[in-house]
Design a protein around this ligand. Sequence first.
Ligand code: FES
Ligand SMILES: [Fe+2]
Length: 332
Amino acid sequence: MQVTLPARLYGCPDAWLRERTGLFGHTWLFLAHEAEAPDAGDWIATDVAGHQLLMVRGADGALRAFHNVCRHRAGPLVSGVAGNCGRELVCGYHGWRYSLEGRLRAATGFGAAEGFDPREFGLLGLRLETWRGLVFVTLDPDAAPLGQIVAPLEMLLAARGFDIARPAARRTHVLDCDWKVYAENYLEGYHIGSVHPVLADELGPAEYRVRVEGDLVIQEAVGVNDGPQAGVWGWLWPNLGINVYRDGAMIERMTPVGPGRTRLDYLFLNDGGEGALGEALVASDRLTAEDAAICEAVQRNLTAGAYETGVLSPRHEAAVAWFQMRIGAVHA
Ligand code: FES
Ligand SMILES: [Fe+2]
């Protein structure tokens, strides 16, 4: 019998800090699709577990990633989630100017200062790698190559002949629950009958299966693989759903934004653009609302103090058990 993680790890500031550095400081973090920044100067910014991440396309066509922080007094290089900065990144505080490659070009109006060498004040770079158009960054110079991490998913997509289409729409939802509550909910189909009646009807009596391969979880509803639900439902440690269907894909990042607070960043991909998504967006909003309501209720109970630990079903919650084991190691 596997006992769950203790309730105190959900929504607690100490746990948040440990996960922020001990977990999110070492994994690959999904940022965007490369087609969302096609031209020189195009940038995308986001925060994941408090890390302020920025990618920008250079004049040479290459994508680079940096912490979104100026080396002067920590001003932001960009504000918002996407834009074009022209030929350089200009700090929003006192106007220091950086090349798209991260070199400090001009410490605007700074004046003379003994020992100040602009070459030592380039932007703080991040490793960036791309897989099937999806851009990931990591803070960890020693993280295993992205290609190695996604290899099981790559093999599965290749075997099914699936491509990842072009970006068509983004959506975000903010939830009052710890990111782990949402991730665990995502990793089991046990709740579908109670929480998602419409989806349960669509899936019918199909058996819902979950398996773990390396850093990847694969979920399948056996028996619907030839129907409209056909696809590969992948999930990459620690917080990314990668759902690929015959005619599109949906990437879902479960983004920790603070103790007990989670933002869901959805990227819908479809070669027909947003207009072709139609029902998929409606269904996604419905599922998200259903999951948000149950996850927020669970979080309130985890915080309330009556419940300390529970148990996991080997039949339905093997991936939750695996997830909790890895989270437990972060807090050991
Ligand atoms: S903090 Fe960036 S220029 Fe001062
Ligand atoms: Fe759900």
